[in-house]
Write a protein that binds this ligand. Structure first.
Ligand code: BDP
Length: 712
């Protein structure tokens, strides 16, 4: 008896220990709870008929079977035609007249090449689209409804993605390190490819397809030309073959100097005939292997990368040369605008605009320019990049960073949808009020034929893919916003929580509130009031606002905060660098007066006296102290919140997040203390009474080193 009990305990323990290691992501199917709901689902989903035999439709079938077997706790649901009066049909509209009877031509037009239609009434369900991939997306949407316990008897959904290129950018190196990766090694095992296809590649594709991501750039923007050699292209082809049924195209970063490194040429000058021929041949070679290859992503003349300016050519010359090579195959060039020159005395904020805005009409039609959300670099909070709105003739792609290089790296619970939304909803006023960044990148403002968004991936070889269990939410949110940038952060968080952790309302409400607050909390304890780029050098881990010894001025935090005895902040108005002039006048007006400037951006645009009275009535110094302390306190509150949710979460997941929150709290206190002690050397003002005094000295914080911090 005792033995049996011990065995039972062992089994229970083992099952729960393995039950939720996070590998399933948001595709964590579990039995629908609630008898009424289960009854509804079981009566609606009877003898589902999935029409078609293509590889994509096979995936639809596999996923559907896998999901409903668990969700409906039903191993017997047949996928054969039904003799009953219940109809449940899935497939492309052309496959059966039932579909075209159920939906209108206008609805199919709206769905386009990737969208889908879901219609239901009691006893009848149709999931259809113009294409196989639309059907797959529709199926995932339907499963999401089941996973989140929605009523499925009166559905009338017609949807299409707002953006065409919905890409992940992996900053993965060929040796499996990941630049700014905090979740283990690269998931691409180049050495064993093409022979060994890891199950992860398939699950990666499933997860991406489930949120509508349709492209992946496999390698780092700081590129290695080896990826373009014949043996590596075979490896790339193997991945492309895995991803194809899931509607995911492969893209590669192209090192601009490849003609020299792997082509035996002496130059990479884009106007040189041999160089052009090298790229034309390379494109041909790639498309013979991978007929649906997406195209090239290029980082050129930035942070030491080679580029056309090495030959006194423009970014457009470089991009157009590659665009010509890809054009016959309908490939695109995605050219990054993240550039700042080594020896440029101009405010870094202004450099990309200065380089790119004049090139607006110079790019070929298969070139997109990929612009980071802000002009500096994925900071916890940045005003939108002034290039949005400044290049009406060029399709601009958004580049967001999903990996948390500057937003807490691998240890912090920071839900990034509010950051993404803040940028997308910003009004550029380029064509009057309502010219939002979202409308620029989705192409609707200027009527572009092509549009896209890129997210720097946070995926690695960790069991749960993203390191921090909550970092999965950022991958999810990014994909959902690519499909529909009008979705709210709240909606997306709720979907993700329900799909990942289950549907307990108390859990959802509490965890969601914590997620929604988390980004602002991080801003408060790291970079309040428009401070930016004050992190550690190289690894970008932790605070180091004092660093001033880097050889390039803009690599030094002191360049950005400019603290002195008079005040703190970067004057980017007409009396300073005048970066503000790169924005349209109504935006300038919002930010050009320190008395009216939104305090979120105050120190981004102004050098503000320590004694300046802020909107709260506190002096600037006291306000900074308030934010730093408030942010750290909020992390403590997050810890308490998480502890209150223990009963709702798998033990392994619970403990994982709990331990990381403890680290996050220590890091928040460290940011707060280090920054305030350092800035205090200029303000000469006391930390207000009532706040606990920093535990360590400034010298101590300055002495900290992290030579093996990940991602560097
Ligand atoms: C910076 C990263 C660096 C990247 C660079 C980029 O620190 O590792 O190479 O962005 O976007 O934020 O190219």
């Amino acid at each position: 008896m005792k033995k049996a009990f011990a065995l039972l305990c062992f089994l229970l323990f083992t099952v729960s220990a393995w039950a939720d290691n996070g590998y399933d992501l948001w595709l964590h199917y579990s039995k629908v709870t609630g008898t009424k709901l289960l009854r509804q689902y079981r009566s609606q989903i009877v003898s589902p008929l999935i029409l078609g035999t293509s590889p994509t439709i096979q995936k639809v079938r596999e996923e559907f079977r896998k999901a409903i077997t668990v969700l409906l706790d039903n191993t017997t649901t047949s996928l054969e035609p039904s003799q009953t009066r219940t109809v449940f049909m899935v497939g492309v509209a052309a496959a059966a007249p039932h579909f075209t009877n159920a939906v209108t031509a206008a609805e199919l037009k709206t769905a386009g090449s990737e969208g889908y239609i879901i219609k239901s009434k009691p006893g009848q369900t149709y999931i259809t689209a113009n294409t196989d991939i639309g059907v797959l997306y529709g199926m995932f949407h339907y499963l999401r409804l089941l996973q989140t316990h929605q009523d499925i008897t009166h559905l009338n959904i017609v949807t299409a993605p707002k953006l065409q290129l919905r890409l992940l950018n992996h900053w993965d190196n060929l040796n499996r390190t990941v630049e700014r990766g905090y979740a283990g090694c690269s998931i691409w095992d180049w050495h064993k490819l093409p022979g060994y296809i890891d199950q992860r590649y398939i699950d990666y594709a499933r997860a991406n397809a489930s949120i509508g991501i349709n492209g992946t750039v496999l390698n780092n923007v700081n590129a290695n030309a080896t990826i373009l050699t014949a043996p590596y292209l075979q490896k790339v082809k193997a991945l492309a073959d895995v991803f194809r049924p899931y509607g995911i195209k492969v893209y590669l970063t192209a090192r601009f100097s490849s003609p020299i490194e792997i082509g035996g040429l002496k130059t990479a000058d884009p106007l040189n005939g041999e160089v052009q021929q090298f790229w034309n041949n390379k494109a041909k070679e790639i498309y013979e292997l991978i007929p649906d290859f997406g195209g090239f992503l290029v980082k050129a003349n930035s942070e030491g990368q080679p580029g056309p300016q090495d030959y006194h050519r423009t970014h457009a010359d470089g991009a157009n040369m590659l665009a010509t090579a890809l054009e016959p195959y309908h490939g695109v060039v995605i050219w990054r605008a993240f550039v700042y020159a080594a020896e440029n005395p101009v405010d870094r904020h202004k450099q990309a605009y200065d380089d790119f805005a004049p090139l607006d009409e110079k790019f070929k039609s298969n070139v997109l320019v990929q612009v980071k959300n802000g002009a500096i670099d994925f900071m916890p909070r940045e005003p939108f990049h002034p290039l949005f709105g400044a290049m009406p003739n060029t399709p601009l792609m958004m580049e967001f960073q999903i990996t948390q290089e500057y937003t807490g790296q691998g240890t912090s619970l920071v839900y990034l949808a509010p950051l993404f939304k803040e940028t997308l909803e910003s009004d550029t006023y380029c064509k009057g009020k309502g010219s939002t960044v979202a409308k620029i990148i989705d192409g609707t403002l200027e009527g572009h034929h092509i549009s896209g968004m890129a997210g720097i991936s946070n995926i690695g070889s960790d069991m749960n893919w993203c390191g921090h269990p909550f970092a999965q939410a950022n991958w999810y949110a990014y994909g959902r916003l690519c499909w529909d940038h009008e979705l709210s952060s709240d909606t997306i968080a709720e979907e993700w929580l329900r799909m990942t952790f289950g549907n307990e309302n108390k859990f959802i409400a509490t965890a969601k509130a914590m997620m929604l607050q988390s980004r602002e909390t991080m801003v408060e304890y790291m970079n309040p009031m428009g401070l930016h780029h004050i992190m550690g050098t190289g690894n970008h881990y932790g605070p180091a606002p004092w660093v001033s010894d880097q050889k390039r001025p803009e690599w030094n935090p002191v360049y950005y905060h400019k603290a002195d005895s008079a005040g703190i902040g970067f004057d980017r108005t007409a009396t300073g660098s005048n970066a503000l002039a790169q924005y349209f006048p109504p935006v300038q007006q919002q930010w050009n007066d320190m008395k009216t400037c939104d305090e979120k951006y105050l120190l981004w645009f102004h050098h503000v006296p320590w004694t300046f009275i802020t909107k709260s009535g506190r002096s600037l110094w006291n306000e900074l102290c308030y934010h730093y302390y408030h942010g750290a306190e909020n992390v403590k509150a997050m810890q308490q919140t998480w502890n209150s949710l223990q009963a709702y979460v798998d033990a392994e997941q619970f403990s994982h997040v709990k331990q990381l929150l403890a680290i996050q709290y220590d890091e928040a206190v460290w940011w707060r203390n280090a920054c305030l002690l350092y800035f205090q050397t200029f303000s000469k003002m006391p930390i207000p009474a009532g706040y606990e005094a920093p535990a360590k000295t400034l010298a101590y914080y300055k002495s900290l080193r992290f030579p093996f911090a990940p991602g560097n």
